[in-house]
Write a protein that binds this ligand. Sequence first.
Ligand code: IPM
Ligand code: MG
Length: 367
Amino acid sequence: MKDYKVAVVAGDGIGPEIMAEAKKVLDAAGEVFDFKIEYKDELIGGIAYDNTGTPLPDKTVQTAKEADAVMLGAVGDWKYDTLPPEVRPERALLGIRKALGLFANLRPAIVWDELVSSSPLKPENVSGVDIMIIRELTGDVYFGEPKGVEVRLDKDGNGTRYGFNNMIYSEDEVRRIARIAFETAMVRNKKLCSVDKANVLDVSRLWREVILEVAADYPEVELSHMYVDNAAMQLIRAPKQFDTIVTGNIFGDILSDEASMLSGSLGLLPSASLGEDAKTALYEPIHGSAPDLRGKDVVNPIATILSAGMMLKYSFKMDEAYNLIEKSIKDVLKDGFRTADIMSEGKELIGTRKMGDLIKEKLLKAK
Ligand code: IPM
Ligand code: MG
């Protein structure tokens, strides 16, 4: 039997409860596919700040580095909104991505037939959507220097506050995410759309140049470029035109939340964050910590369960296990069970734990 060590950072808000469901499903997959996961729980986010004075303790980073993979729930709570920026929970999320060198964030947005009716968009527009958004994760305006809020004096000596960040990419940073994007497009439908704002931003001009350079090595991939404002519009107007999308950190953050609405809920989108070295990877739902819903057993654990599935696929090369998890989820949906976020008429409303239990049961039946 194969053994894996997985660092688990459940974080804040609904993090712990969605993570519990993911572990449940992973353990069931272990029974079916004969592997065992040893979980090492560590603190991250607000809870880490409360307990240790920092949102990203060294011990957490250490455990994450030593593990075969990392699973993350969510971070953040309004009660930390007044903390100085360097100890806010979100800082821990950016910090762990940076510390592990996770520059490639894969965010699949797939509309399953079972959920077409959950989408606020017309069924004929969203049915069959299968998009892979590849978001650069360790550069851009998120990390660029200089940044800050400061008082600057005008010529009369009057102070005015300025807030600023730097949208910056080096060619190497663009090249490595471009490679992942082209490689991903090659194993999908060989169609890649690079999203930028090259009509206005210099940083995007470089982005586009480098994408074009890398494209020379992938003549089979049909490459297109789209400005981010147009992409935001096209994602709603005609999402089926997209297969693989590659974009920078901030555009990817925004477009992936938008894309989640094609499938009807933020509670459905998983993600994988990969680094240079195949050993380090982190899996997390794209949604946040929803502190108002914490402990109520109402949120959808599917994004986190799918993220765990992506871990089996990308880190442990168990495609079959991923497929079975996906199938089990679809079967539960086919049976008519829904959490509140994807509820529609005639379906049966269930909670977080029940959703996890049902998916687990489906999986075990395959044994
Ligand atoms: C995400 C989140 C994070 C981000 C926040 C919480 C820092 O929105 O993972 O998409 O902006 O990357
Ligand atoms: Mg986001």
